[in-house]
Design a protein around this ligand. Structure first.
Ligand SMILES: [Fe+2]
Length: 237
């Protein structure tokens, strides 16, 4: 996406404010001077992007990446990736990463006193099909504390990254779950000022994606660019 679009989205409250004082990390990292717009050149539009390597069959099923199954509530997360004009974007690399069911990341800086799961890495990827559809099988991530303020807990969420067809189309965001009481008190979610844009980060429970005797389904469509764009959620918490 180019910078003019990004600026318009920011002005409309779609993307989170760079400085959101309640989200303590932004106090240090928010830019203090106007951004310098770097002109887009052919190399940004045509440069290589990641994701050309072949995907393994288990990349999109986070419950089958180890010898045993991870603990937790098995879920299906699926949706479509759409362009600003509503057209499906085929062959898009969608990557996800998340905490395990206990709210712990398999990462050395995660010191939350919750167990790791030897059968869960928490990362997956897949390509969208001809209709822009993607589908992951995983377990519902747990909420976790993050020390932003006293008694701060992140809502259940799945991080997502889309590379698009060039570096300038990169989208990093988060998917939340419907009815989560922590959304109202989460400074990261609340740093997106437009309530309608915030709601676009909340998935919908979907009975048609739910598989009998097996897993609940959640639908999360992702719109890259335009007025109905899925907001960025740049944090790494
Ligand atoms: Fe997270």
């Amino acid at each position: 996406m180019d910078d003019r679009i990004s600026d318009a989205r920011f002005g409309a409250g779609v993307d989170p404010a760079y400085l959101a004082p309640d989200y303590v990390g932004t106090r240090l990292r928010a830019p203090r001077a106007p951004l310098v717009i770097v002109p887009e050149t052919l190399s940004e539009r045509t440069g290589p992007v990641y994701g050309e390597a072949a995907l393994a069959p288990t990349d999109a099923d986070l419950t089958r990446q180890h010898a045993g199954e991870p603990l937790g509530e098995r879920i299906v997360v699926s949706g479509r990736v759409l362009g600003a004009d509503g057209r499906p974007l085929a062959s898009q690399l969608v990557e996800i990463w998340q905490a395990n069911a206990a709210g712990r990341y398999r990462h050395e800086v995660d010191r939350h006193d919750a167990p790791l799961d030897p059968n869960f890495s928490g990362a997956g990827r897949c390509l969208t099909d001809a209709e822009g559809r993607y589908r992951f099988v995983t377990v519902k991530p747990g909420a976790y504390p993050w020390r932003n303020h006293h008694n701060a807990w992140r809502p259940n969420h799945v991080h997502l990254s889309l590379f698009g067809s060039a570096f300038t189309e990169r989208l990093v965001t988060q998917m939340y779950f419907p009815g989560d009481p922590l959304l109202q008190v989460d400074p990261i979610f609340q740093s997106i000022r437009d309530p309608a844009a915030r709601e676009r980060l909340v998935s919908a429970f979907a009975l048609d994606l739910t598989e009998p005797e097996w897993a609940l389904g959640y639908r999360f469509d992702i719109v890259v660019g335009g007025r109905a764009a899925t907001p960025e959620d740049r944090d790494d918490d």
